[in-house]
Structure formats: C-alpha cells, structure tokens
Design a protein around this ligand. Structure first.
Ligand code: NAP
Length: 505
C-alpha cells in the first residue's frame, strides 16, 4: 500500500484501518466530510484480519453477516470465511470506495493530547505531528497481544511467537511444538499444527466449550445466484442475524436456555475423542457462554491424535528448551506458540490519550473503571470517539453490526457539530454514569457474571466493561441518532476551522 504524506491539520483523524477505521472513512466520504485522515501502524488495511495469519484462522461468524451492510460480497468461498478471504474483502472494499488516498500506513500514533484552549487534539505520530478537531479511534479491542507471565519464558532458546504475530519463516514440519492456551485462536491452530509437526503439546489452563462448526462451501450456482440476486444475500444476512439474536436471552437473562448448546458441545467431545480420560479433561466446569463459545469439528480429533498431548498440569516455568509443569515433568520443544489472548480491560491505547486537566484515559479508567457513553464517547475527552469502546463487544453476533451502529452515531455527531458550529462535544458526566450504572445492573444476571468462570470480559473488580448485555438491535436503536442533549457543547474557534481544500493543499 502507498502512503499519503502527513498534513499538519485535519478535521477528523481516524486511528486504525480495520473494519472500524475503514468503515468510518467510507461513511465520512459519502457524507461529504472528506477532510479526514486514517493513520495505521500496519502496512495495509485489515486490522485483526491483517494481523492474524496463523494456520486455520477463520471467522466464527458467517461472512454474510460479518461484512459491511453497504458492501455485500457474493464471492465468499464458504459460510465461515478463512482469514485470507476477509482480508481480500477489506482490501477490495477500500479500493472500491476510493478512500485510500487519505490513509497513512506504517505510522504509529504515539500520543493524543487535547488542547483545551485551542479546542484541538494535538497528535504525535511516528511520522510527525498533526492537529485534529476530532479523533475517532478504531484501533481494535483485541489488537495488543498479551504474553503470559511465566518464569523463564524470556530465556527460551527456540522459536517463540504469539498467535497474532505468526512467524511464517519458521518451518514447523517435523518439529516438537507447544501451544499455550485453548481459546478461540488455539482451537483453530491446533488441528493445523497436528497435521505437520512431529509432536504437539497443548497446554490447557481452562477447558473451553466447543460446539460443532456447521461450515459449508458455497456452490458455483449459489454464488451466481448471490451475485445476481441481491435480495438473496440480504435474506441470508437477515436469517443469520435473527438466528444469532436468539442466543441473547441465554447469555443475558436465563443461562439455562443454553442447555441445547451444552448438549451439542458434550456431543462434540464424545464424537471427537475416544479416550474417556481425555474426554473428562476437556469437559469444562463452568456454564456454557460464560467464556466465548468456540466452534470446531477438528479440535477434539486433533487432541485425540497420537502425536498430540493435552497438558493440564499448570506450567511452572520455561527453560532454554522445555516447558516444566508443576508436577516436575519437563517437555522438550523446538517451537513455542503463545495463544494467550490480548489486552482487553487494560487497553494500551488508553495510556496515549490525554484529555481535560491533563488526565490520561488510563488514569481515568483506573480510577472509575473502563467506561464510556454508548461505548463511543467519554466524559473528559471532548471530540474523542471510540469505535469498539467499552461494553460494545459481543459473544454471539457480528462486531461489524456494532461497528456500523457506532459509525452512524459518530457521523450524526460530527455533522451536528459542523452544522451547529460547535467546537467541542463531550458527554455529560451524569448521563455517562447513568448509562454505565444501567449496564452494570444488567450484567449482574448475565452468564458472564454468574457462570462460574474467569474470563477476559471481567476486570479486576469483577465488572464487565467489555460486552453489550442486550440485543444488538437495541444497541442500534439507542445509537440511531446523535442525542445532543446528553452532551456539553462548546462554541469556539474550531467550529468550521478546516475545509477539505486546506488539507489536500
Ligand atoms: P483467549 O480467548 O483470551 O484465550 C487465551 C487462552 O490462553 C486461554 O485458554 C487462557 O486460559 C490461556 N492463557 C492465558 N494466559 C495463560 C497463562 N499464563 N498460562 C496458561 N494459559 C494461559 O485468546 P484468543 O484465543 O486469542 O481469542 C481472543 C478473542 O479473539 C476471542 O475470544 C474472540 O473474540 C477473538 N477471536 C475470534 C476468532 C474467530 O472468529 N474465529 C478467532 C480467534 C480469536 P484461561 O481460559 O484459563 O484464561
């Protein structure tokens, strides 16, 4: 991808070029708000779909729904698209929308500081400084790999890498490999590694619930029909959307409703594993849905293979060439894959954002808990919009639906700002507090709180600042218009400070 030089000033600065940043750019352009710039630390669009190239990477939400509503794609190869298909879709969508001339790649945002007097964000990037009236972040809720804190791991002499930073230069054929973690990434990686390595050790701390994956390839006539009958694609999308939405009561209200899913998962274990002792060790001890429900037909058979060992004794340390478990057993390895997830409730980007009074977002969230208004705007941070902010995550449906809801809300907000010549918009503290009190009250009866598991959804106080505890259509309705009454507004010099001409000059 080519890179645009950094202008000194822009009206809307977008951070990140994944689904969120790209979708926002496309919608800003369509609304005539062309004075924007997207800064991306990677070399291409795609976000998580650019970064997660591990063997077996695929989306566990069907692509007909896990795609932009405004950019339907008749070319999906199968119902659950593999990562290369999704990455190609995002590249094609970006090219087709004609927005890439305002994307700056290989550029990291280092600091974003709100200048109260100038009513501007002053942003320092690895390619220079830039001023912006609005900052819109789409930097992803699962973008910063979290490495496990294990004694001696830094002394490991073999190859070691995180699932989201796969090292394709390492030839795994015939090697002794260990995978730490049994989450969504690991269960896709393990069956692929099992086919090529000499021996694989899978280190499980908590057994996940894994239901069968009903995947199928689209036939040629079906693809043809999808291409020529747009209504058919909308029908598929709608059917998947409403099917997924039926999971919500089980997650948020009556976990007992998930009994059929539990039965399916237990059946998946029986079908995939012959050894009764191994079956017992992979059977979870918490309610289904408490952690993300995983889907795979290949994971259990892979664990049951002769060249794979599931290790459930806790890891004590890593040495130069082995992992040692608490029972004293030392297992030699050549390659260590850490599939241990991401920073979620302690997002690194929060340390780089400074709002009113010189307080960083990390300081505000450390004191008050990670919270926002409608998952998008934050008191103390005027003209700052976060796509996939607090309490916007889903355990059951497409994040693209949430992203599009937020994009529409932000767009309405910045249009309000321009039309009414507001220099600054900031959600009122009381409104934000009320929004979050309601969310946390709803959280109390969800399976994520009551289901008896520890998960990356919960912070150290046991609060859930990650997930949305209602239906997604409620989220969309609540964000359907920018509710200016919930905001403190300021007039000032920035009201119509930049024009598209100024930026492209
Ligand atoms: P994850 O779900 O957070 O799983 C991390 C795994 O590592 C867990 O099994 C965890 O065990 C284990 N772990 C963490 N620290 C450890 C330690 N110090 N020692 C031993 N084990 C440790 O991460 P992920 O699999 O990368 O998935 C993250 C999220 O990304 C998913 O929930 C999903 O939202 C998304 N994702 C989606 C897809 C898809 O669409 N197919 C694929 C991949 C990822 P515990 O369970 O005990 O904590």
């Amino acid at each position: 991808m080519t890179t645009t030089p950094l202008p000194s000033r822009v009206r809307h600065l977008l951070v990140g070029a994944g689904f969120a940043g790209l979708g926002m750019a496309i919608k800003l352009q369509a609304a005539g708000e062309t004075d924007f710039l997207v800064v991306e630390r990677g070399s291409d669009v795609g976000g998580t779909w650019r970064d997660n190239t591990y063997p077996g990477a695929a989306c566990d939400v069907p692509s007909q729904l896990y795609s932009f509503s405004f950019a339907p794609n008749p070319d999906w190869s199968s119902s659950f698209s593999p990562q290369p298909d999704i990455q190609a879709y995002l590249q094609k969508t970006a090219r087709g929308a004609g927005v890439l001339d305002r994307f700056v790649f290989d550029t990291t945002v280092e600091a974003m500081v709100y200048d109260e007097a100038a009513q501007l964000w002053r942003v320092r990037t690895s390619a220079g400084e830039i001023e912006a009236v609005n900052v819109i972040t789409g930097s992803g809720g699962l973008s910063e790999p979290k490495l496990p804190e294990i004694e001696g791991i830094e002394t490991f002499q073999g190859e070691i890498f995180h699932s989201a930073r796969w090292n394709h230069d390492v030839d795994l054929a015939g090697k002794r490999v260990a995978v730490i973690g049994t989450g969504a990434s690991s269960i896709q990686i393990v069956p692929e590694l099992q086919k090529v390595v000499d021996h694989l050790d899978v280190y499980q701390r908590t057994a996940p619930w894994v239901v069968p994956r009903h995947d199928r390839r689209y036939s040629a006539p079906e693809k043809l029909a999808l291409r020529h009958l747009p209504g058919l694609q909308r029908l598929y999308r709608s059917a998947i959307y409403w099917g997924r939405e039926t999971y919500v009561p089980a997650f948020t209200w009556k976990p007992g409703l998930a009994l059929p899913a539990r039965q399916m998962a237990l059946g998946n274990i029986r079908k995939g594993i012959k050894d009764p002792e191994l079956r017992a060790r992979v059977t979870p001890n918490f309610q289904i849905g408490c952690k993300r429900i995983l889907i795979s037909n290949a994971y259990y058979p892979a664990l049951d293979s002769d060249n794979v060992d599931l290790v459930t004794d806790p890891i004590a340390k890593v040495t130069g060439n082995a992992i040692v478990t608490a029972d004293g057993v030392e297992r030699d390895i050549d390659v260590l894959v850490v599939a241990t997830g991401f920073y979620t409730t302690d997002q690194p980007i929060a340390h780089h954002v400074t709002g009113r009074g010189g307080r960083t977002l990390a300081e505000v969230w450390a004191a008050d808990g990670m919270a926002a208004y409608k998952g998008t705007t934050i008191h103390g941070f005027p003209n700052f919009f976060q796509i996939i902010g607090p309490n916007t995550g889903l355990g059951h449906s497409s994040m693209v639906f949430i992203i599009e809801s937020q994009i529409a809300y932000i767009l309405d907000g910045v249009l309000h700002q321009r039309v009414n010549e507001y220099a600054a918009l900031e959600p009122r503290a009381d409104v934000q507090a009320e929004w979050n009190a309601d969310l946390q009250r709803r959280m109390r009866r969800t399976v994520w709180t009551t289901g008896g598991c520890a998960s990356w959804y919960l912070d150290e106080h046991g609060n859930n600042p990650i997930l949305w505890p209602r239906t997604t259509f409620t989220f969309r309705r609540l964000l359907s218009r920018f509710d200016i009454d919930a905001y403190d507004v300021e007039a000032g010099q920035n009201a119509s400070s930049t024009t598209p001409q100024e930026v492209s000059a």
